[in-house]
Design a protein around this ligand. Structure first.
Ligand code: FEO
Length: 392
């Protein structure tokens, strides 16, 4: 499916609608897009390839867009396999093509395609590539979200090729190539951002400071729709997300319950919070709901109540895995309140305190509430007090 961003810049990417898990870990119920673009000027530049799973479809799109011309350059902004998976096929089909990438990306190229020889040129911050009317300016995007990443700004049409930044889960045939059928970009963009780039807030801030003064008119990411309207809204969300700011006022209640008893307390906690005037309460079952969505909500709200069962003298593993993932994603500037459940030797609270206590800029508020097997009326004052503590 070829779409024109501008008269000379075409979208030639592909959708992947039969992918079970992106990165072998993230649910993608609406599929995934691997975006790629071609710039047709005196010289022809291809902007990234796609995942090997869809190489044949992509080459077909590319050939159609090329209309019999041969590409001069392949700009590799990101070497992760979802974007570099068709490099070999492309270079075999067009052996004179020159790969333009950072020196670090060229090192990775050698790792992924051991023993192959490519025509390459390494570029660094601020280097440019003249295609004719179009001049491409390269901007390092180190750790957004690999170390070799760069983004590219087309000075003529003011298109920012943004690599993984401003990406989103979901196939473009579902949301529209320009997001025209996307009524909530933030939902899957937020889940994508925090799970993939969440740890790298500072590098994202550095990148925003470099690219925003260029005043891009179009943002062309490697996943998700091409953005060309309301760019301020998307940039504003990226400013909030990358600075670990609070996007939505409210409380996220996360629960890991074995036999349902802890979940009853979680639902009660939600009811108490709403009764006390909390503007929004989101509740997740960590044993069954998508963990990536729970991670997203933990970042979206500034406050969290975590209720978990004890298990094997420690913490029930869905809660352990969730906290560990938050720690990996540099969850910070947040408050958390804790509830443990246990029948004979409650142990979840101690582990949760240790894990959150080791995290930077995370405050544990209120007193740990301990439930013995099933929530009772006698537990309600402690839950009320904990709700007051998190809402303060
Ligand atoms: Fe879309 Fe970091 O790869």
């Amino acid at each position: 499916m070829i779409k024109s961003l501008t008269p000379e810049i075409k979208y030639v990417g592909v959708d992947d609608l039969d992918l079970d898990l992106f990165e072998s870990q993230y649910d993608v119920p609406e599929g995934m897009s691997y975006n790629s673009y071609v710039i047709l000027d005196d010289k022809v530049a291809v902007m990234d390839t796609v995942d090997a799973r869809k190489a044949a479809d992509w080459l077909e799109n590319l050939e159609e867009a090329l209309g019999g011309r041969k590409p001069d350059y392949l700009v590799v902004q990101h070497m992760e396999p979802d974007h570099s998976g068709a490099i070999l096929e492309l270079t075999q089909r067009y052996p004179d093509i020159r790969i333009i990438a950072t020196a670090k990306a060229l090192t990775f190229l050698g790792q992924f395609f051991d023993g192959r020889t490519f025509n390459t040129t390494a570029v660094k911050e601020g280097d440019t590539l003249e295609l004719g009317a179009h001049t491409l300016q390269f901007i390092l995007a180190t750790m957004v979200h690999w170390p070799e990443v760069m983004v590219t700004f087309d000075r003529k049409d003011k298109v920012l090729f943004a690599a993984d930044a401003f990406g989103k889960f979901g196939a473009l045939s579902k949301c529209g190539y320009f997001g025209e059928e996307d009524d909530d970009w933030a939902c899957e963009a937020r889940r994508y951002y925090f799970n993939i780039c969440g740890k790298y807030g500072a590098p994202v801030q550095v990148l925003l400071k470099k690219v925003l003064p260029l005043a891009p008119a179009v943002i062309a990411p490697l996943h998700g729709p091409i953005l060309r309207e309301n760019l301020g809204e998307y940039v504003g969300l990226y400013q909030t997300w990358s600075s670990y700011g609070v996007e939505t006022e409210g409380v996220f209640v996360a629960c890991a319950s074995i036999h349902g008893g802890t979940m009853v307390a979680a639902e009660k906690m939600k009811e108490i919070l709403l009764a006390k005037g909390c503007p929004k309460v989101a509740l997740a079952d960590l044993t069954r709901d998508d963990q990536a969505e729970a991670v997203e909500d933990a970042f979206r709200y500034g406050k969290m109540v975590l209720l978990a069962a004890s298990y094997d003298g420690g913490l029930f593993s869905p809660a352990y895995s969730f906290i560990h993932t938050l720690q990996m994603k540099a969850w910070q500037k947040r408050k958390v309140a804790l509830v443990e459940n246990g029948t004979w030797a409650p142990s979840a609270g101690k582990v949760m305190k240790e894990l959150f206590g080791a995290m930077k800029d995370v405050e544990i508020v209120g007193d740990l509430v301990t439930i013995h097997s099933r929530m009772k009326d006698s537990d309600l004052p402690a839950l009320e007090a904990l709700a007051d503590a998190i809402l303060q």
